[in-house]
Design a protein. Structure first.
Length: 296
């Protein structure tokens, strides 16, 4: 095989209290095609700034070949990204996953998904986006002795995710830089308890329980000042009965509901309370993880 296209879903990490642990795959995708060539690197389909050897798809492609002790020959990479960049919807994780899977498939699929997760987690530092990107659905992950251990959780199929994506970006590095190094015990207990109930509410399809449990003391309060109109939007969403959280490190804000009219209800008011432009993206759960969609 010389050419392969990998499709990776968007992911929302944290889901409120599950900081660096919970993640869910969503119905928005980045497709990346890898074609082996004799020499050199060519990357197309993205901004010029991302066409060098530090492109994450190429970095993880090389990392997988290195772990297989295989030679890196030339590669042509084409990126067709529908996951918005630096918005908290797993665009970086998607590139890492695509690069790892692309290299593995082109060289005979010798590594398991867990093996690819180990390699990409060493680059990303936390598996909360990577796990649902690889496996689909809802996952919770821990890192034990340096290696990610991920478990899939059942999800009620009726949930709808409405992502509110602003016209400004926020780097994960900046959103992590405002977090305290130490947390107090009451806040840690709060998140453990709320996190467990979030998982149960998502399984049961219990919107009231989800709304109450999807609260956090470890990251959202420290990050909200980086996101214009966060509090106004949160207050608006809470009047509708939907659950609300920051998607990953932000700046996308996420509403989770079973109300098919949520978008319509928010559309009427969102523009009048905010200065930035917020695109509303209605998304579903993606139960399938990264996969090969074309191989030649
Ligand atoms: N759990 C991560 C964070 C997700 O909130 O910083 C973004 O990589």
């Amino acid at each position: 095989m010389k050419r392969v296209t990998i499709r990776v879903p968007a992911t929302t990490a944290n889901l409120g209290p599950g900081f660096d642990a919970f993640g869910c795959a969503l119905s928005l995708y980045t497709d990346v095609t890898f074609e082996e060539t004799e020499y050199g690197l060519e990357i197309t389909g993205c901004d010029e700034a991302y066409t060098g050897p530090d492109n994450l798809a190429y970095v993880s492609y090389c990392a997988v070949l290195a772990s297989l002790s295989e030679e890196v020959r030339g590669v042509r990479i084409h990126i067709d990204a529908h996951i918005p960049i630096c918005r908290g919807l797993g665009s970086s994780a998607a590139l890492l996953v695509a690069g790892a899977m692309g290299a593995n498939v082109l060289r005979g699929s010798k590594l398991s998904t867990q093996g690819l997760l180990n390699i990409t987690n060493a680059m990303e530092g936390h598996p909360d986006n990577l796990a649902p990107a690889f496996y689909g659905g809802l996952t919770a992950s821990m890192v034990d002795n340096g290696l990610p251990v991920c478990v899939s959780f059942p999800l009620h199929p009726d949930w709808e995710f409405l992502a509110l994506v602003p016209d400004f970006d926020l780097s994960t590095a900046k959103a992590r830089s405002v977090l305290p190094q130490q947390v107090n015990r009451a806040d840690a207990i709060y998140n453990i308890a709320h996190g467990a109930l979030v998982l149960k509410a998502l399984e049961l399809g219990d919107e009231k329980l989800l709304r109450n449990a999807m609260q956090d003391k470890l990251h959202q309060n420290y990050r909200k000042h980086l996101i214009r109109d966060y509090e106004k939007i949160e207050a608006l969403v809470r009047t509708t009965g939907a659950a609300f959280c920051l998607s990953g490190a932000g700046p996308t804000l996420l509403c989770i509901t079973q109300d098919e009219r949520l978008e319509e209800k928010l559309a009427k008011k969102l523009d009048s309370i905010t200065e930035a432009n917020w695109e509303m993206l209605p998304l579903h759960i993606e139960f399938q993880g990264a996969r090969v969609i074309k191989a030649e």
